[in-house]
Design a protein around this ligand. Structure first.
Ligand SMILES: C[S@@+](CC[C@H](N)C(=O)[O-])C[C@H]1O[C@@H](n2cnc3c(N)ncnc32)[C@H](O)[C@@H]1O
Length: 254
């Protein structure tokens, strides 16, 4: 990749600022009331621990604390076996990290990122475009606002579709399996897909074997599974189900 400026890319953090500010402000609020009752002191301590947990997670996800976010995202690319010719899609691209890496790795590819943006993370299309420019891949990357529940592309349009840590967030789809089905709709026959999400969370996707059978039932030729939550580089404290303790990859060929 040839960089176009000396500016640094900003890919954000999966721990939103809200998850830091909210418990910190609540801890301070209860601390201010601690002379009234010791229960307020206990409440202040509880919210301080919550704050400390998310602050540590924020640090470990960020480039200065081990860059776990990039390492987890890279697991998707490691599963991708592609000749790099054609169109690729990243669903829920955030600030464009995966789109930009794909474009860098496959110099002949055109890569599109879609995202609903506007949530707590502070991701935006502007940030995607800026990052793509910094990394020198603007000409081969496109960013569109859309929901993963209803992709603005015709059936079988893409050679490749990827997604990282997004489907469980899609609020306008009650059944997250439908988001997966929508993602596969836009992949062409014989095209490749690699999706990482909280596929081990039964409350979201139901039974895993049943999920894989359901996908095969949609006519998908090859469906594989990898339990990425077991990766040794992920520290124990992040393996809670609401963090990355239930992540896994579903990949294959349509
Ligand atoms: C945890 S972030 C992951 C971002 C990115 N994939 C990455 O690896 O850094 C979840 C992303 O899902 C996006 N998202 C949430 N609901 C969405 C929807 N309905 N359609 C598309 N993207 C959505 C958010 O805007 C956010 O960018």
């Amino acid at each position: 990749m040839s960089r176009e400026t000396t500016e640094k890319v900003k890919y954000g953090n999966w721990v939103s600022k809200w998850l830091l500010y909210m418990p910190a402000a609540t801890a301070l609020f209860f601390l201010a009331l601690s002379s009234v009752s010791r229960w307020f002191t206990i409440a202040a301590a509880f919210f301080f621990i919550v704050f400390a947990y998310f602050a540590l997670a924020y640090l470990r996800f960020s480039p200065s604390g081990g860059d776990l976010q990039t390492k987890i995202r890279d697991l998707v690319l490691k599963r991708l076996e592609w000749n790099g010719r054609g169109q690729a899609l990243d669903i829920g691209c955030g600030n464009g990290a995966l789109v930009i890496k794909l474009a860098g790795q496959y110099p002949q590819a055109q890569v599109t990122g879609i995202d609903y943006w506007g949530g707590n993370w502070g991701y935006s299309r502007e940030a995607c475009r800026k990052n793509a420019k910094i990394e020198g891949v603007s000409a081969r990357t496109t960013f569109k606002k859309a929901s993963a529940s209803s992709l603005p592309f015709k059936d079988s349009y893409f050679d490749v579709a990827v997604s990282n840590f997004v489907f469980h967030e899609v609020k306008d789809a009650k059944d997250k399996r439908e988001v997966l089905k929508e993602a596969l709709r836009v992949v062409k026959k014989g095209g490749i897909f690699v999706f990482q999400d909280l596929f081990l969370a039964k409350t979201i996707y139901g039974d895993l074997d049943d999920l894989l059978e359901t996908i095969r039932g949609w006519g998908v030729r090859e469906v594989n599974f990898e339990n990425t939550s077991k990766r040794a580089f992920i520290p124990g404290f992040l393996k809670l189900p609401f963090m990355v303790g239930a992540i896994a990859i579903i990949y294959g060929k349509k």
